[in-house]
Design a protein around this ligand. Structure first.
Ligand SMILES: Nc1ncnc2c1ncn2[C@@H]1O[C@H](COP(=O)(O)OP(=O)(O)O)[C@@H](O)[C@H]1O
Ligand SMILES: [Mg+2]
Length: 228
């Protein structure tokens, strides 16, 4: 059963690394603007599912469809182009470029899209303000806290107005207070931009920020709401 109006759909995904099965029949769907948490114990296949949904990893079997297109049938170049324009990413450790200032980090996706430096940095500074880290703009990632770094990473993920934000344990390296603030700001910003969020986490506290939860176990998904 495919839920109507879905933006991103995965059907029966399988992926094996060497002899390790990472996905063994995973299904997923998300609507525009929806925040879906992917829960499950460590090693259950959450990150592999996220990577398949985002077109970073090709599944061995199964299909991923995004906005009516078969993502698994695109060439590598087409998939990376799509990732740049339509998707944003936040990982456990911000993965900011250490040599660049935080403003330059957030401006980077816009620069890669061909926007001139001054205009890109202007938009980047507005996003840093929304994420309450305007003061970090001129600093480098090494000079700010983990929580501030994740807010900068969220700003960078949203700066191109993506339709889907993929977040893999975005608060996994933070204390609970800064983690909750990052989640509040991430979901608020995503909702106001109508971006869908695929939120991978093993913390139920973090999943509380989602509209819906799905659980992954041994590479299989359970979706209590959709019986996928
Ligand atoms: N690049 C990889 N090479 C080999 N094995 C991998 C790779 N990525 C994941 N795995 C294995 O696949 C399984 C699922 O991993 P993963 O998707 O990272 O789970 P989770 O994110 O839920 O912790 C684990 O057994 C893991 O060791
Ligand atoms: Mg993981």
């Amino acid at each position: 059963m495919i839920p109507e109006g879905s933006l991103l759909i995965a059907e029966d995904l399988h992926k094996t690394y060497a002899h390790t099965p990472a996905l063994a029949g995973a299904c997923f769907s998300i609507h525009p603007g929806e925040v879906v948490a992917v829960l499950g114990p460590s090693g259950s296949g959450k990150s592999t599912l996220l990577h398949c949904l985002a077109g970073i990893v090709q599944p061995d079997a199964g299909r991923v469809r995004y906005a009516g297109r078969d993502l698994t049938a695109l060439s590598d170049a087409e998939r990376s182009a799509l990732r740049r324009t339509d998707f944003g990413f936040v990982f456990q450790f911000g993965q900011l470029v250490p040599e660049l200032s935080c403003t330059e980090n957030v401006a980077l996706p816009l620069r890669l899209a061909g926007i001139r430096r001054k205009a890109a940095e202007q938009v980047a500074m507005e996003w840093l303000e929304r994420l309450e880290v305007a003061d970090s703009g001129s600093k480098r990632p090494g000079e700010i806290s983990g929580g501030q770094g994740q807010r900068v990473a969220v700003a960078r993920a949203l700066v191109t107005s993506p339709r889907v934000v993929f977040a893999d344990e975005p608060t996994g390296a933070l204390d609970s207070y800064s983690g909750e603030r990052v989640m509040e700001l991430l979901t608020e910003a995503a909702r106001s931009s109508n971006a869908a969020v695929v939120l991978v986490t093993h913390e139920t506290r973090v999943a509380a920020y989602s509209d819906r939860e799905i659980v992954v176990r041994d590479g299989r998904t359970r979706d209590p709401d959709h019986s996928l």
